[in-house]
Design a protein around this ligand. Structure first.
Ligand code: F6P
Length: 545
């Protein structure tokens, strides 16, 4: 068994090195090297990263690179790209990079080149999308489909809805796109209340086709649709398609498997938005834009695989996350997109980062020796500035921030874009350099108020810039975070591709469902709190209000 991470020479050196930052703040680091702001930047695959406002020196980078070497990051990357079964607890490859591999490439899984299969599904998706978009695909009564409703949850929802919102600018505005995920009926009812069944197509997206929320919503959708067609089951064929890896379950639900779009067990749910799970997105933006997005993903994949680590965007961002998480005790990372179209990006990242790296055992099954996955969260700027930024600027916690913005906005309107971007630069500057008591005093502030108005500064951030929010830029951005997450997981030596932590709650819910629904009083054998909650709910649920 390999020695614990915290015993590695590079880890120990990083621990000692971290102490130096008690004396050195960002202001001093910038003072010592006036070219820092230009030097500590990288441009790759159309993304520009300024990482100069981090609590690092060149030595920090060297030590982090030593850690990457000692933990075998390069070998882990190769193993992923080669289709090795790196998801060891599920004995599967994690080959989302194959989803965007250009035609002609070879990626072998279990002796088979998977790239032609990927392209066959992409062609099937493109054919279907074109038929819907052109009106050639008609509903049961011959009407054009105007409403697309994706039913899915987790990776079968967050990716499609995030990307649809992100690329809405490119979408067909004559159509409506809705996303239903929650088992709370409100989600279904509100999403369908103004829709005409004869113009509506449901895409049931589920890797397993066994997820409680998705199947419950899919059955409600079927009832809703059939009610609109006087119960005629023939209507299903024109109004339901499925995206899944499970043909049998799709057929059992009653969807013609001719209308099924497949993918494979080596695509993790949270890594699936560029597989057939992105079907609703492809209908919205069209196959060409979808292809552009895939090209963006691929460009970042190539960069991640081939660029030297010191010039490698995802590797550097992953190492910086490790630096703050493991050596400064930072518990969270805020992702702050300054683009309204990216409003669901932080929510999407929550699953990507936390379902991937929220693990407490290593690949060998022993307890990890350090903290693992940080909590990712965020909101689009500038809204966040008027809510939680107070804590980031003046609170007691260290919260590294990723600011994301674009040189050009997609909706030029007066001064809006300059005002938006000025806020990104200003926030990063304020976080890094703060405001001293002397500066506050010089403004004429009374002595009593000075402590309240001081900004300590020395708070780290990255600034990520791209030309504009194109499908390609979105692809590179998502791949950047996918590989950033991979880098972190590889350093911790954990399985970033399983998600056993979601199972226990699912199993317990299955036991509790009949205890809530059964007309006869059930024999409850939970703890006293759960028993009491179930009794209370049974008592109150039928009360007239
Ligand atoms: O939340 C657990 C999970 O398995 C996710 O990993 C996945 O994205 C989601 O449920 C949905 O699963 P499925 O696509 O199989 O319905």
């Amino acid at each position: 068994m390999s020695s614990p991470l915290t015993q590695l020479a590079s880890w120990k050196k990083l621990q000692a090195h971290q102490q130096e930052f008690d004396q050195k703040d960002l202001k001093q680091l910038f003072f010592e090297d006036s070219s820092r702001g230009r030097k500590m930047t990288i441009e790759a695959a159309g993304l520009f990263l300024d990482f100069s406002k981090n609590r690092i020196t060149e030595e920090t980078i060297d030590l982090l690179l030593e850690l990457a070497k000692e933990t075998g990051l390069r070998e882990r990357i190769e193993a992923m790209f080669c289709g090795d079964k790196i998801n060891i607890s599920e004995n599967r490859a994690a080959l989302h990079v194959a989803l965007r591999a250009p035609q002609g490439e070879k990626i072998i899984v279990d002796g088979e080149n998977v790239v032609p299969k990927v392209h066959a599904v992409l062609d099937q998706m493109a054919h279907f999308s074109n038929r819907i978009r052109s009106g050639e695909w008609k509903g049961h009564t011959g009407k054009r489909i105007k409403n697309i409703v994706n039913i899915g949850i987790g990776g079968s929802d967050l990716g499609p809805v995030m990307a649809y919102e992100a690329l809405r600018y490119y979408s067909d505005r004559s159509m409506n796109f809705r996303f239903i995920s929650n088992v709370d009926a409100t989600d279904f009812v509100e999403a369908t209340r103004d829709l005409d069944p004869s113009e509506t197509l449901f895409i049931v997206s589920s890797k397993t086709f066994g997820t409680l929320e998705t199947l419950t919503n899919a059955y409600s959708a079927r009832d809703w649709l059939l009610a609109g067609f006087g119960g005629d089951p023939k209507a299903i064929a024109k109004h339901f398609v499925a995206v899944s890896t499970n043909t049998q379950k799709v057929a059992a639900f009653g969807i013609d498997t001719e209308n099924m779009f497949g993918f494979w067990d080596w695509v993790g749910g949270r890594y699936s938005m560029d597989s057939a799970i992105g079907l609703s997105l492809m209908v919205a933006i069209g196959p060409d834009h979808f292809q552009e997005m895939l090209a963006g993903f691929h460009a970042m994949d190539e960069h991640f695989r081939t660029a030297p680590f010191e010039r490698n965007l995802p590797v550097l961002m992953g190492l910086l996350a490790i630096w703050y998480n493991n050596f400064f005790g930072a518990q969270t990372i805020a992702v702050l997109p300054y683009d309204q179209y990216l409003k669901r990006f932080p929510a999407y990242l929550q699953q990507l980062t936390m379902e991937s790296n929220g693990k407490h055992v290593t690949l060998e099954g022993t307890c990890v020796s350090s903290q693992t996955g940080p909590i990712y969260w965020g909101e689009p700027g500038t809204n966040g500035q008027h809510s939680f930024y107070q804590l980031i600027h003046q609170g007691t916690r260290l919260i590294p921030c990723d600011f994301i913005t674009f040189y050009q906005g997609l909706n030029p309107l007066g001064r809006h874009h300059d005002l938006l971007v000025s806020n990104v630069f200003a926030q990063a500057e304020a976080l890094a350099f703060g405001k001293t008591p002397e500066q506050v005093r010089a403004e004429g502030t009374s002595e009593a108020l000075i402590p309240h108005r001081v900004f300590e500064g020395n708070r780290p951030s990255n600034v990520i810039l791209a030309q504009s929010l194109t499908p390609r830029a979105l692809g590179t951005l998502v791949a950047l975070y996918e590989h950033n997450v991979f880098t972190q997981g590889a350093i911790w030596g954990i399985d970033s591709f399983d998600q056993w932590g979601v199972e226990l709650g699912k199993v317990l819910a299955q036991k509790i469902i009949p205890e809530l629904e059964n007309p006869a009083e059930p024999k409850l054998e939970h703890d006293s709190s759960t028993n009491n909650l179930i009794k209370l709910y049974r008592e109150k649920k039928s009360k007239t209000i």
